[in-house]
Design a binder for this molecule. Structure first.
Ligand code: GRF
Length: 288
């Protein structure tokens, strides 16, 4: 049961204990405060008392739980939890506000073959939703993929991304929990890295730390690998920090580079590896 709750609420063991403790203490506090307040009314214990008491504790419960959640460090969880309950009474609910669903934004600048694989992989998932495609290039293939799969897309421009709010309000409006870069060529600004700590990952078409860094993208990577007569290359999936291709590596897979390989043939091998592994690695990361 605890395992199921952990998965359902997307929390680790310690957080689960703190959440259950918050429910218990919040409930007790609510009951205690309810009885104290009822005592002030001088209403005799009877049917009316019971009805009023139930109404009162229904109103007090969210407040009590939120209060207790602060010292236990669970405020964000309960804010969302209570928001969801309230959301059920509201008709203007955002499609992405179910807190038990992890909403992913895919950032891509190009053809979007990785984005397509990821979308396909999670298309029937109840837990993980591709909620937004973010693209910096008008006319990029990934925008067609978004349109064909009915996923909202956001075309971003440089000034606002690097010098403005970095589109954080749009990401928040879409309740984005996790960002997946799939061929996104701009550096991720500090503001987004801070807002999504360890929640932004990238795929690089080489075995980092080799062939990474500024200017190392697309064919440039494969050309460098071929020119250096490497016998193997591969893919690296890594967390994103403020430097290009620098964050901790999460997963790597290799392929052989043979002497007949060209940058184009190597790119094909790498794409196959990416398509086979990226969606699965995302699923594994988010199920932890
Ligand atoms: C991939 O090779 C990825 O490693 C790199 O950009 C490429 C994107 O390809 N970061 P696609 O647009 O997903 O086809």
């Amino acid at each position: 049961m605890f395992e199921k709750l952990k998965q359902h609420w997307k929390v680790n063991g310690l957080s689960l204990i703190l959440i259950i403790t918050t429910f218990a203490l919040g409930g007790s506090l609510c009951g205690y405060a309810g009885r104290k307040l009822m005592a002030l009314t001088n209403i005799d214990k009877g049917a009316l008392w019971v009805v009023l008491y139930i109404l009162l504790v229904t109103l007090l419960w969210p407040l009590s739980v939120l209060l207790v959640s602060i010292p236990l460090g669970q405020f964000n969880f309960f804010k969302k939890y209570i928001g969801k309950i309230l959301g059920r009474f509201s008709s203007t609910k955002n499609n992405n506000t179910d807190e038990f669903v992890i909403n992913i934004a895919i950032f891509a600048s190009g053809a979007g073959s990785n984005a397509a694989q990821i979308i396909q992989h999670f298309s029937s998932s109840a837990k993980i939703k591709i909620a937004l495609i973010v693209c910096n290039k008008p006319g990029a293939g990934v925008l067609n993929i978004a349109a064909n799969t009915g996923i909202p897309s956001l075309l971003i421009e440089k000034e606002q991304f690097f010098k403005g709010d970095s589109y954080l309000p749009e990401l928040q409006k879409n309740a984005i929990d996790f960002i997946v870069l799939a061929g996104f060529l701009w550096k991720i600004p500090k503001r987004l890295i801070k807002a999504y700590p360890k929640k932004i990952i990238n795929i690089h078409p080489a075995l980092l730390p080799k062939y990474g860094g500024k200017g190392m993208f697309g064919q440039h990577v494969h050309e460098a690998v071929i020119n250096n007569k490497e016998t193997e290359s591969g893919i690296s999936i890594h967390y994103v920090d403020e430097l290009y291709d620098n964050g901790a590596v999460i997963f790597q897979a290799k392929c052989i580079v043979d002497e007949n390989d060209t940058a184009e043939s190597l790119a094909k091998k790498i794409h196959l590896l990416e398509h086979a592994h990226y969606p699965k690695v995302i699923a594994e990361l988010l199920q932890k």
